[in-house]
Write a protein that binds this ligand. Sequence first.
Ligand SMILES: NC(=O)c1ccc[n+]([C@@H]2O[C@H](COP(=O)([O-])OP(=O)(O)OC[C@H]3O[C@@H](n4cnc5c(N)ncnc54)[C@H](OP(=O)(O)O)[C@@H]3O)[C@@H](O)[C@H]2O)c1
Length: 262
Amino acid sequence: MRDVALVTGAGSGIGLEIVRALFRRGVRVLGVALGQSELDDLAREARESGAQLDTLAIDLTQAGAVEQVLSHAAAGGLQVRTLVNCAGIGLYGEHLSLDDAAVARMVALNIGALTELSTKLARSMVARGHGQILNVASTAAFQPLPRLCAYSATKHYVAAFTLGLAEELRGTGVSVSLLCPGTTNTPFIQSAGIASGTRTNRLAQRLSMTPEDVAQAAMSALDGPRGFVVAGRLNRAHYALSRLLPPRALMRAFERVTRATS
Ligand SMILES: NC(=O)c1ccc[n+]([C@@H]2O[C@H](COP(=O)([O-])OP(=O)(O)OC[C@H]3O[C@@H](n4cnc5c(N)ncnc54)[C@H](OP(=O)(O)O)[C@@H]3O)[C@@H](O)[C@H]2O)c1
């Protein structure tokens, strides 16, 4: 069996940059994403740079998808030594106006697939006595966010699940880490429904980090010893404020900013 880092969301944005950062470390990657064409581009890039890459295009919101990923890895003789759960989607807007099926898909991806992959792979990592899991949450995990209620709730789940699991697995040889990026310059903002041209979109772009910088923070989270990394100085200040102020204060501030800039 060959060791591999399984990265979900490998086709775009932060996940893609995490794959590139792992390539630079000489790590073999199994990249998982929704679309085949993004993975084909990544495979071309890997061939040109001599990096080792396996890919799987799959919709992780579908029942049985995680089992298919694990079977694909096993069939290719790959043993997952590192898991990076980065695939995630957002939905911006008044909650009652959102499409119910889209909300269910977001929950299935951000919570369901991440939990199932973490659980199943953690079991085999603990049995081997080593392994790494990195789950990507968001600064949206620091307080509830109006107009991002359900998205923010999924990221609260990711944070609570990851930090709790990290504590349970302390001393097993398996490290479990949490990465919280803030707004990052990827297709995510547009796909979440924050339309370009709106002031909210411009504000998000202005505050954005690059996905390359977030991927560096992901590498620090993997390298430890801290199992909890907030990417970027501004986001760390946001985290500190969220510990000091009552959640309602930040929530109201966010509500006012997004109402004024939509
Ligand atoms: N960008 C931000 O402002 C921001 C801020 C905080 C946290 N985050 C978090 O960071 C993570 C990565 O976001 P990003 O900004 O890199 O977004 P992105 O550029 O839109 O990338 C999302 C990735 O997830 C994959 N994906 C989407 N739906 C999927 C599905 N049903 N099954 C399998 N894969 C699926 C996409 O596949 P394709 O490549 O095939 O489309 C893509 O590779 C997410 O968890 C997000 O919540 C992002």
